[in-house]
Design a protein around this ligand. Structure first.
Ligand SMILES: Nc1nc2c(ncn2[C@@H]2O[C@H](COP(=O)(O)OP(=O)(O)OP(=O)(O)O)[C@@H](O)[C@H]2O)c(=O)[nH]1
Ligand SMILES: [Mg+2]
Length: 357
């Protein structure tokens, strides 16, 4: 086996290099985010498949001959690096994939292709293998291709089963992730679906114009809207609208910890048992999502919406993150149109972005 590293501006670009150099059968051992957003992929292939360098050693340059000891030092350093990379990789892969198979089952060609496609779309390689194994099991049981892909993704994703319906729903998340747009889509869907008209509450006191933005949505949908400044105002508003569906729009989470503290005060002090939905963008880097989680988890979200799928090259990064933190994925934001560009996060809908896009 021969290990090589490839870098690219995005994971897809690096992946293209891997394929060009090592062919379709290259084994992806790990990915690493580099500074500036670039991505490094470590891949392995059968040594016979690689164009080996000229076996003749280059002639030594005068004064540049290195001692055997120096050479051994380099080799030792290289092996140490590989050892730590493999240990990191082992932690990310399920035991079955780390052992070089998929739960004791050899993956057939179409399952291997699926695993590769999922990885190209940003899913961690262990996750891609896991979904491909489930896909293969479903194929063996006789499911058609599309149903097997959708079923395998559904099996992998955390579900919302048993989540109690709540009248009051907070949407929380990083700035610009799509909270207000998602509220507009959900409210429009309620109106068009003939369900009870929701009340739209703006609790974003940080951003200039936030109240006007929600009021504009309410005007278009012929809904009522309120703005609140703190938990006691929110409590009063909810007390006057008991039993009515309410969407609460919140300020974008940022490096200012005061924002997350004020949203938490609203959630805990609103006098109801609200649902909290995290809204994150599929264009966010993995490191941003991890940083966002340090604040989001303080708000104990019970579900998640992933937005901006239509703008993401690697939607699997956000989906892997959602699965890792154990957030049931509820909605997909697939564009700016209200309400058309909101979809239930079913396996079939996810497959459109993780496999077919
Ligand atoms: N392409 C695309 N654009 C989206 C999607 N969701 C929201 N947007 C756009 O993203 C921008 C920000 O959306 P908002 O809904 O205002 O985001 P927000 O989280 O409320 O932002 P703040 O209140 O500033 O924190 C707007 O231009 C939306 O039209 C989506 O799924 N796809
Ligand atoms: Mg907003």
């Amino acid at each position: 086996m021969r290990l090589r590293k490839f870098t690219g501006a995005t994971a897809s670009a690096a992946m293209r290099e891997v394929k060009r150099e090592l062919g379709e059968d290259a084994l992806i051992l790990g990915t690493r985010d580099l500074t500036g957003g670039a991505v490094e992929i470590t891949a392995a292939t059968d040594v016979d498949r690689v164009t080996l360098p000229d076996p003749e050693p280059p002639p030594p340059r005068a004064g540049a001959q290195r001692s055997t000891e120096e050479g051994m030092g380099d080799v030792y350093e290289l092996l140490q690096g590989l050892g730590s990379q493999l240990r990191r990789l082992e932690r990310r892969l399920p035991a079955s994939a780390a052992a070089g198979d998929a739960g004791g089952i050899e993956l057939e060609a179409d399952a291997r292709d699926l695993a590769r496609t999922l990885e190209i779309h940003g899913l961690a390689s262990g996750v891609g293998h896991d979904i491909a194994r489930r896909f293969q099991e479903r194929r063996v049981e006789g499911e058609v291709f599309d149903a097997a892909v959708a079923g395998a993704i559904t099996d992998w994703m955390p579900r919302l089963e048993g989540t109690p319906a709540a009248n009051v729903r907070f949407l929380v998340g990083p700035t610009g992730s799509g909270k207000t747009t998602t509220i507009a889509k959900l409210a429009a869907d309620d109106v068009l679906g003939g369900r009870e008209s929701p009340l739209l509450v703006n609790a974003d006191t940080m951003r200039i114009g936030a109240g006007e933005q929600l009021a504009a949505v309410a005007r278009l949908l012929d809904l009522e809207t309120h703005s609140v400044n703190d938990a006691s105002e929110l409590r009063a508003c909810l007390n006057a609208n008991v039993g009515r569906p309410v969407y609460v729009d919140t300020a974008g989470l940022s490096s200012d910890q005061a924002v997350v503290r004020s949203i938490r005060a609203l959630v805990e002090g609103c006098g109801a048992t609200p649902a909290v939905t995290a809204v994150v963008s599929a264009t966010a880097a993995r490191s941003s999502l991890q940083r966002a989680w340090t604040q989001l988890e303080l708000l104990a979200p019970g579900g998640c919406a992933v937005t901006h799928l239509d703008e993401s090259d690697e939607p699997g990064i956000a989906c892997s993150w959602v699965e890792e933190v154990g957030l049931p994925l509820r909605w997909l934001g697939t564009g700016q149109r209200v309400p058309q560009d909101l979809a239930e996060a079913s396996g079939a809908n996810l497959a459109l972005w993780l496999v077919a896009a």
